[in-house]
Design a binder for this molecule. Structure first.
Ligand code: FPP
Length: 248
């Protein structure tokens, strides 16, 4: 029986962030090359996005390509870009059918032009959808994002548009690429690694972390439900005591 029935519909995380790790190892286990693992990973993306939308998750951020991933072998980088282009192009009608709005964060101008064009086209075509917002982190790293925000803020201070004492948490957040989205309550990482790897360092300040040994191509709908059920057993205290949380 599906785990969906065990989910408390009153406590669905509104934003889930995922580090989709283990495609390469999955491919190796199946005697294939790494690229094959990324292709299979797309099937997990499709299933997990659809399941998240069905249960009412509002935002899902997927770490699809990190700044550091540019250092992978040229063939793998090229194959990943090709895969992104073909997937976005092929899946856009499905995104519309499922009422999913596509967004992206990262140093998008560093993507190949055809990839950026495909991405922008899909973002435009899905802009009016009101279900899940799917945010792809592409050429993204948190340190890059924070550096970028600092530069924008420093420029404003230099121009006397902002005073140093005006720099609050809110101002910093407004200069991050995620300024249109709430912070994730739940971060999932697959493949047994227990690291944050330069992903949403600011935004995950109070998130619950869920780690699973499953490799990304094996992570499917029921695994997402399991992660959410696990999240729902946790008490989120935001630095307060347990008593303060339960008092009304
Ligand atoms: C990590 O596995 C995965 C990536 C760097 C790429 C993720 C991309 C996809 C799942 C496909 C494209 C996604 C979308 C949204 C269209 P790894 O290669 O680091 O695996 P390993 O640790 O086993 O080597």
């Amino acid at each position: 029986m599906s785990l969906i029935h065990q989910i408390n519909t009153q406590n669905i995380p509104q934003h889930i962030a995922i580090i989709m790790d283990g495609n390469g190892r999955w491919a190796k286990q199946h005697g294939e090359n790494r690229i094959y693992g990324h292709y299979e990973g797309v099937n997990s993306v499709r299933e997990v996005v659809e399941a998240a939308g069905t249960i009412g998750v509002k935002y899902m951020t997927l770490y699809a390509f990190s700044t550091e991933n540019w250092n992978r072998p040229k063939e793998e980088v090229e194959a990943l870009m090709e895969l992104l282009i073909s997937t976005i192009s092929a899946e856009t009608p499905q995104l519309n059918k499922k009422n999913v709005r596509l967004q992206a964060i990262g140093n998008l101008n560093s993507l190949p032009t055809n990839c950026l064009n495909e991405l922008n086209e899909s973002i435009e075509q899905t802009a009016n959808n009101t279900g899940l917002t799917l945010i792809l982190a592409l050429s993204y790293s948190s340190k890059w994002e924070i550096q970028n925000a600092m530069q924008q803020i420093a420029t404003k201070v230099k121009a006397a548009v902002l005073q140093p004492e005006d720099i609050t948490e809110k101002i910093i957040e407004q200069h991050l690429c995620t300024n249109k989205f709430p912070d994730p309550e739940l971060m999932i990482r697959t493949s047994g690694e227990r690291r944050i790897s330069n992903f949403l360092l600011w935004q995950l300040a109070y998130a619950e972390f869920y780690f699973t040994d499953k490799l990304w191509p094996d992570f499917r709908k029921e695994d997402l439900f399991e992660a959410i059920i696990n999240y729902q057993t946790r008490e989120r205290r935001f630095g307060k005591t347990s008593e303060q949380i339960t008092q009304h």
